[in-house]
Write a protein that binds this ligand. Sequence first.
Ligand SMILES: O=C(O)CCC(=O)C(=O)O
Ligand SMILES: [Fe+2]
Length: 213
Amino acid sequence: MQSLSVEIIAHMIDALVEKGWCEWPNAISNELCLQLLNELDALDEQGQMEEAGIGRGQQHQKNHGIRRDSIYWLNGQSEAQQQYLAQMALLQQQLNRELFMGLFEYECHYALYSPGDFYKKHSDSFRGNANRMITTVLYLNPQWQNEWGGELVIYSEDGEQVLHTAMPEIGKLVVFLSEQTPHEVLPTQQPRASIAGWFRCNASTAINLDPAR
Ligand SMILES: O=C(O)CCC(=O)C(=O)O
Ligand SMILES: [Fe+2]
């Protein structure tokens, strides 16, 4: 089963340093992605996916004009989740070793965008709480077609220029600097499944407890 090797991660880190983002097709095996997709579908059928919101903690709110997807936070409850989280732990270790990033936690959720869903241009790091350092997105959609939309668009730091457009194809891992990278999910015409995750550094102090979500 292919998985993230030290060499692949080293290339990803080079790209992150050079341009702030990187896209890696077939980073995670189809086999594992299909297991994760099955799990997501089952959670959806059981009504366990929840409507996503924006902002964290007390600032959390639903805003359908900005974001429409449903999510489920991973907790390592299945073999497939554990395998995925183990890959992200390798990425975290190597980021810390090579870039001294002090990443101490990874949080991630399944996301399901139903036909018509989108996520308007945003940044993943919340103002005043810059503890989301690196964003990862793994796509789980076999045989995605160009005309279905649902692309991830990555913008320059000022939000003015499109740097890259990524189709949400199975096994593809996109990684970018959370705070410096405005991005958007274009409306999709077909169900679009992914795992979005964030490596965090600890921004908690005794008087400012920093919630994960
Ligand atoms: O699914 C994607 O391509 C990106 C999702 C995203 O931007 C987010 O969940 O913050
Ligand atoms: Fe995002």
